[in-house]
Design a protein around this ligand. Structure first.
Ligand SMILES: Nc1ncnc2c1ncn2[C@@H]1O[C@H](COP(=O)(O)OP(=O)(O)OP(=O)(O)O)[C@@H](O)[C@H]1O
Ligand SMILES: [Mg+2]
Length: 408
């Protein structure tokens, strides 16, 4: 069904008003780029004063405004409207018998979108109306998109602030206790409070590094270094780095991979990806569980799977994954720290390789995360961009933002 657009024609010549109505009444505008079809509703007014009162009731999208009117002139009406700013959200085409540069400049200053010089043909009128309405629709879509982005950014910042506030409050509380004379005398209790502070601080640091990774990926200015990378070697290094953490809980990490699997890629991106998947598989595992990392070629794709024997998730819970700050909150995860950014980073990295991430999971049995990456076409962005935020802020190096920070 066609969306209606409202047009108000203000002209003191009755012939002109009738002509405009007749030309536009059955006119339908299509905007193929936006997949929109627009029908027109037309109303008319004989003076600027009458037009002004119709604007509030009829709420036109487009004004066809005669320049020369008895009483208030077209330009004076434009001035009144421009004072109301964006609230009206309409465009104006000024109709004038004197298409002088002077009038054009004045009307543009008052916010007119276009001109039509009298006399004009129905075809000329339709072309001008089509142009203005298409412009208006594009402008509205752009505004709606900008507003949506603003909301997403706002939501992101408020969740981030909340995520930083909680550990900050905890550390502050522990330090206040420790600094109060005689409040905590027992050395074991003092040590416990200091250890808890360190854990919370490491959590904050991990969150900040994750944010840097996210920013580097999303800004599109990440400096990528594409080369033939042996993904098995990357996985081996990540597993070695993770081994001490895994050992603490008796978790065994196994690699089921070919000897080598070489792919044109950025090594540090794979470090981040494996790091997040394997650290999750360790962190959400059970005591004495196992983690199995599998990798193989499948036609033009590379398949990576990380399987664990951990707490798992219900179907509903796994459907929520892969967005920023998503954490599954239940009794089993209550004592496990995390920012909820890891999997969303994995997804964004997989996107760079025209890939996908999915999960199969069963509560108390385990989960398998599967990443599919395409070998060709080549990764979506070229190497050699400008330095990413990670490099710019405080000289944080790539290795520091990925592997060297195995923080739980
Ligand atoms: N292997 C897994 N087994 C069970 N649940 C998992 C597993 N991996 C992730 N999850 C769930 O998904 C949520 C999101 O994981 P994600 O890695 O994005 O964040 P996180 O581990 O909480 O924090 P971090 O940003 O530090 O990685 C986790 O909080 C957890 O509830
Ligand atoms: Mg994680």
């Amino acid at each position: 069904m066609a969306t209606p657009a409202r047009i108000l024609a203000i002209d003191d010549e009755v012939g002109m008003r009738v002509g405009i109505e007749r030309a536009l009444r059955q006119f339908v505008i299509t905007v193929p780029a936006l997949d929109e079809t627009i029908s027109l509703e037309v109303e008319t007014a004989a003076t600027a004063e009458e037009g002004l009162s119709r604007i509030d009731s009829f709420r036109p999208d487009l004004l066809l405004l005669d320049h020369k009117l008895p009483g208030m002139s077209g330009l004076e009406l434009l001035e009144v409207l421009s004072r109301r700013g964006e609230e009206l959200d309409l465009l104006t085409i000024v109709i004038t018998a004197y298409a002088s540069i002077d009038t054009a400049i004045k009307a543009t200053k008052q916010g007119a979108y276009d001109f039509l010089a009298k006399p004009f043909t129905p075809l000329e009128l339709k072309a001008a109306v089509r142009n203005a309405i298409s412009h208006l629709i594009v402008r509205r879509r752009a505004r709606a998109l900008a507003e949506e982005r603003r909301q997403v950014r706002f939501q992101f910042i408020s969740v981030l602030a909340h995520e930083l506030k909680a550990p900050l409050g905890a550390v502050e509380g522990f330090l206040m206790l420790l600094s109060e004379p005689g409040a905590v005398e027992d050395p074991d209790k003092r040590k416990h409070l200091m250890d808890r502070s360190l854990v919370r601080l490491r959590g904050m640091r991990k969150l900040i590094y994750d944010l840097l990774d996210l920013t580097r990926i999303e800004s599109g200015t990440m400096k990528r270094e594409l080369s033939d990378v042996d993904l098995v070697d990357v996985a081996r290094t990540v597993v070695e780095t993770m081994a001490p953490d895994a050992k603490q809980n008796g978790v065994d990490i196994r690699l089921e991979c070919p000897e080598r699997l070489v792919m044109l890629s950025d090594r540090s991106e794979f470090e981040i990806m494996f790091n997040n998947l394997v650290s999750n598989a360790v962190k959400y595992n059970r005591q004495d569980g196992t983690v199995t990392v599998r990798m193989r070629d499948l036609d033009d794709r590379v398949i990576v799977e990380v399987e664990d024997t951990g707490i798992g998730m219900t179907e509903k819970e796994s459907q929520r994954l892969f967005s920023d700050f998503v954490r599954i909150k239940n009794a089993k995860t209550a004592s496990i720290l995390g920012s909820g950014l890891g999997l969303s980073i994995v997804k964004k990295l997989a996107d760079l390789y025209d890939g996908s991430v999915s999960v199969r999971s069963e509560p108390d049995v385990g989960s398998t995360f599967r990443v599919e990456l395409r070998r060709s076409p080549a990764p979506s962005r070229d190497a050699g961009g400008t330095p990413g935020l990670g490099e710019l802020i405080g000289g944080v190096s790539r290795s520091e933002t990925s592997l060297a920070r195995v923080v739980r």
